[in-house]
Design a protein around this ligand. Sequence first.
Ligand SMILES: Nc1ncnc2c1ncn2[C@@H]1O[C@H](COP(=O)(O)OP(=O)(O)OP(=O)(O)O)[C@@H](O)[C@H]1O
Length: 297
Amino acid sequence: MITVEALTKSYGGTVAVDNVTFKAEPGRVTGFLGPNGAGKSTCMRMMTGLTPPTSGHATILGKKYDELTNPGRHVGVLLDASAQHAGRTGREVLTLGAKTMGLGTDRVDEILDVVGLTPPEAKRRVGDYSLGMRQRLGIGHALLGDPEVLILDEPANGLDPAGIRWMRGLLRSYAERGGTVLLSSHLLHEVEQIADDLVMIGRGRIVRQGTKQELLRGAGTNAHSTDDAALASALQAANIPVQRTQTGIHTPAEPIEVGKIAAANGIVLVQLGQAGGAGLEEMFLNLTAADSREVAR
Ligand SMILES: Nc1ncnc2c1ncn2[C@@H]1O[C@H](COP(=O)(O)OP(=O)(O)OP(=O)(O)O)[C@@H](O)[C@H]1O
């Protein structure tokens, strides 16, 4: 379990993280989602004792990170895969980690196997690794001490599609065994398939959080009819907000409401359903629009 309470970090006049509160529960994967610069890494650095908070606090398994004895045995952390010592081989990085945690070298072989680094790759210097290989090594380092909690900042960065699928399987089975996983991403589709819970952050503030199911339910309806302009007008006349999309209309109303209004107005629906992932994407973009560099210009 990770508990974050009113966590705040200011740098001079800039508030990077503003009163952030959430929990990541055991047995679940929590996706920490936000656009570039939203404050995800700063939050994770505060959770793991690397950056002191301006106010608020975070605990892991009921304790502050600094209070955990042999923290690597309780919480596996991957913050920046590129920060590993470039001159060491992958095996050396893991062996050093294992020694620090009081583990034997057989654990190193086990982990190399888990993360899919071959013996010749393990003998190569990290400086010569691809980003995906560094990411695998970083995930391996986080798993080394068989911790109960994982905190992973953008773990999918640099992984190819097969690697992303592998990572999803790994984290899913880790959570099914009772582990707590918090992983950050700036891409909804990356976390949508794996996360049980979502925490959305924009400009340092939580903009929405809940189970993925709850958020998907609130993601609205997509519809397409033989006359979408007439459908949009009919919905607006019933005081239901509506947006035209490339494939029809999107509205926060439930499908049944849209169906009733279409029927009452003699409009033939071709498609009607909950917006699901597409709606969640729309919600995410709308909620974080104020922070988007694209609209800021
Ligand atoms: N050491 C620092 N000094 C000053 N400002 C900082 C520092 N670290 C982070 N920030 C600022 O805090 C804000 C949040 O940054 P952070 O790296 O936490 O975002 P992020 O959500 O992880 O972004 P990304 O997805 O791009 O990695 C940014 O505006 C950043 O410039």
